[in-house]
Design a protein. Sequence first.
Length: 149
Amino acid sequence: MKIVCQNRKAYHDYQIQETSEAGIALLGTEVKSLREGKANLRDSYVIIKNDEVLLLNCHIGHYSHGNIMNHDPLRTRKLLLHRKEIDRLRGKAATKGFTLIPLKMYFKGSFAKIEIGLAKGKRFFEKREAIKEKEARLEITRAMKIRNV
């Protein structure tokens, strides 16, 4: 599994409740561009519209050897999921405070996949608490390393 890009900010801004894997309907130049690693998930999000799951605002850069028929970098892309999964995600995302966000894009074999997460936004004080916990864990591991040496 080759990871193309990750949305690291998502783990900072949201509490991820569950994740699921989806395929992506891409054009040829988009696949080649992904293989070069030219993708960004930072401000992208997922919506469910007319029984289709759509990835919006995901930037996949132009293919370096593409011609005038190259793709639009910010076009809306369709995600490929089974009907039961779409219905389940629609029900969970409809509850207050939950949203669907892309977490990482990768290749599984020769297929481009995306991991989407059902997320709930963190408030400012929750973000600060998470940072404090992370710093405390780092201090503990440093103290243990010094003690073991």
